[in-house]
Design a protein around this ligand. Structure first.
Ligand SMILES: C[C@](O)(CO)[C@H](O)COP(=O)(O)OP(=O)(O)OC[C@H]1O[C@@H](n2ccc(N)nc2=O)[C@H](O)[C@@H]1O
Ligand SMILES: Nc1ncnc2c1ncn2[C@@H]1O[C@H](COP(=O)(O)OP(=O)(O)OP(=O)(O)O)[C@@H](O)[C@H]1O
Length: 314
């Protein structure tokens, strides 16, 4: 086929622990990542030229070579010049639903969709691990976005171990429309504030990793225990984002007074998510928080946890 439409889901971080420094100014992490049903659609169409084009219905997203989806296409062309010469470039059309710079990996998921789609259009036959190895060159969240579901992510976030699918838990997302947090700022500020507490010796790192591996969150997921999962939500980046953005802290607190399983900031923020036992409870919590804060700039979404990453839209 010369064209594909792909569903590119957002992710939330059920757990994000910063363990230490990683090469290249990155951080060594232990995370539990989770795909959700809020998703962009990425349309790819062979355009018969040697020039990729990128368009998006959101003016917050760059439509030039800096778009992560465009960069994914260029990476594939560089890696597979014969296929690129034979089948040519594609037009990339992104239908944005995932809020931008929100801590939900929207750009990463778009890039993941391009890698999956070009593998099909160019008939490369790459396996999922091969695609994920390429994805890691572009961004730490992109390998997870390809396979999705529920996974333990270590290293920079690119080393993945699948975890059992979760029961049908609902999720409410809330974000101030005009508020964006840069991922580099969040990690950079964390390093400035807390860098001295890192464990840098390899043995200590290994020990902390093992402690995490046997950690309570993984056990709660294994037991499909929604209550426990809600109680164990954790994100070290809250330590820098909440003091710098009090409105995010206030949003998080507003959810604590509703009938939810737990609340946390996702990734580098500023989106706050809450888990709820049912879509009805999720809807009710979002209405309560909306009425409590009564802020015109606050957006809400209700979604579900899903067991998959990039999907072909038939
Ligand atoms: C915050 C999360 O979204 C949580 O899932 C990810 O850790 C960030 O993933 P991402 O946006 O794909 O990140 P990248 O594009 O690889 O890196 C963006 C910037 O975040 C910082 N960064 C990212 C990942 C990591 N393990 N350590 C870091 O310090 C670096 O400053 C980097 O320049
Ligand atoms: N396809 C894309 N979709 C969204 N943003 C993009 C895209 N390509 C490039 N960008 C740029 O990347 C920045 C981060 O956007 P994105 O929505 O991916 O952030 P995020 O959800 O915080 O990501 P992460 O959770 O992976 O850190 C935006 O400010 C935007 O300018």
């Amino acid at each position: 086929m010369r064209s594909y439409s792909l569903i590119a889901p957002a992710k939330i971080n059920l757990y994000l622990e910063i363990i230490g420094n990683a090469p290249g100014g990155y951080h060594e992490l232990a995370m539990v990542l989770q795909s959700i049903s809020l998703a962009d659609r990425v349309h790819l169409r062979a355009n018969g030229t040697q020039q990729f084009h990128c368009a998006c219905n959101s003016n917050q997203v760059p439509q030039d070579k800096t778009n992560l989806a465009y960069r994914a296409a260029e990476l594939m062309a560089k890696q597979f010049p014969q296929a690129f010469n034979r089948y040519g470039a594609v037009d990339i059309n992104i239908e944005k639903q995932i809020p931008v710079a929100a801590g939900l990996a929207g750009g990463s998921s778009n890039a993941a969709a391009v890698l999956v789609g070009l593998n099909l259009i160019w008939q490369l036959g790459l396996t999922q691990p091969e695609l994920q190895e390429l994805a890691a060159q572009l961004g730490s969240d992109i390998p997870f976005c390809i396979s999705g579901g529920t996974a333990l992510a270590t290293g920079r976030g690119e080393m993945l171990e699948p975890l059992p699918d979760l029961p049908p838990i609902s999720v409410i997302l809330a974000k101030y429309r005009s508020l964006e947090i840069s991922t580099a700022w969040a990690y950079g500020t964390y390093r400035q504030k807390f860098g001295h507490t890192y464990v840098s010796e390899p043995e200590a790192l290994l020990e902390r990793r093992q402690r995490f591996h046997s950690g309570s969150m993984i056990a709660a997921i294994a037991h499909q225990d929604g209550q426990k999962i809600g109680q164990l939500l954790h994100n070290d980046l809250e330590k820098v984002a909440l003091p710098a953005y009090p409105q995010v802290a206030q949003l998080r607190s507003a959810f604590e007074n509703t009938d939810i399983l737990g609340v946390m900031m996702s990734g580098s923020g500023p989106t706050v998510f809450a888990l709820a036992e049912s879509p009805e409870k999720a809807q009710q919590a979002s209405i309560t928080v909306k009425n409590t804060l009564n802020h015109p700039d606050l957006d809400f979404w209700v979604a579900q946890l899903i067991p998959c990453g990039i999907q072909i839209d038939h």
